[in-house]
Design a protein around this ligand. Structure first.
Ligand code: FPP
Length: 248
């Protein structure tokens, strides 16, 4: 049993994944089911993110990666794209102080270059301000796409003059946006969709998956805990046979 800061007690599994990544899907359907505009769903998604980050810290997760905006999300109606950009700015303005006080280190994966320069600076300052924190590393995937990430890595390797015989899986990993994070142990997708959607396609090669029909705004710390218990039951074989697995 572990005593949470709100006074409740939870039963944590013996094995907690070091790195959890989440596709926070279903904000639009959550809003529609309540007769609300889609942006209300995204705002409810941010409220939920706050409580999931707090729970992740309490459960002892070390790395949390969240898919906030994909390279494909630019194809949404302009008003929604603008709304999601505003949310990024709002989250930094309103949440940074509390994230920092709670020992959360903010990182960004993806590309910032399509944002206005002031917002790029704001993101970079937030990263700088929290760089010494180590309770939880929060990777925000914003304008992130797994294929784009691999293309960027290849371009950089070519420009660095890397020779074919020097290329290994570990070297490729060091050229990805996630070079400072371990591969995700557990990837969660909410809202019932069963797709990878260009998320961590290299890093997720051996991740365990947890899919739930719950829409993201309703995915609460209790369900996260349930996902951790499911994960703890899994045997990760990395291609080996059962009973012959110690680590990767
Ligand atoms: C998917 O739901 C959700 C998104 C594309 C955006 C997720 C963003 C947040 C929760 C805000 C967090 C942002 C930051 C910057 C930390 P959907 O719109 O595809 O839902 P639907 O499939 O039901 O339409």
């Amino acid at each position: 049993m572990k005593l949470m800061t709100d006074g409740s007690e939870v039963k944590l599994p013996a094995k907690i994944p070091e790195h959890v990544a989440i596709i926070m899907d279903g904000n639009g359907r959550w809003a529609r089911s309540r007769g609300l505009p889609r942006m209300a769903g995204h705002r409810a998604g941010v409220d939920n993110l706050r409580r999931i980050i707090e729970a992740a810290v309490e459960y002892g997760i070390k790395y949390l990666t969240i898919y906030a905006f994909s390279t494909e999300n630019w194809k949404r109606p302009p008003a929604e794209v603008k709304g999601l950009i505003n949310i990024l700015e709002d989250v930094i303005d309103r949440e940074l102080k509390s994230l920092n006080e709670n020992g959360v280190q903010l990182r960004h994966i993806g590309r910032l270059d399509q944002l206005k320069p002031e917002l790029q600076d704001k993101v970079k300052q937030a990263i700088k301000m929290t760089e010494k924190n180590d309770r939880l590393i929060l990777n925000v995937a914003w304008n992130y796409g797994g294929r784009d990430e691999i293309v960027c890595a290849i371009k950089q390797m070519v420009s660095d003059g890397i020779q074919p015989e020097e290329i290994t899986e570990s070297l490729v990993g060091r050229y990805l946006f996630t070079s400072d994070s371990p591969d995700p142990d557990l990837i969660i997708r909410t809202s019932g969709e069963m797709r990878v959607s260009n998320f961590l396609i290299w890093q997720g090669a051996y991740s365990e998956w947890y899919a739930t029909t719950t829409y993201w705004p309703d995915f609460d710390p209790e369900e996260l805990l349930g996902a951790l218990h499911v994960y703890a039951q899994r045997e990760r074989r990395y291609g080996r046979i059962s009973g012959n697995v110690s680590s990767r």
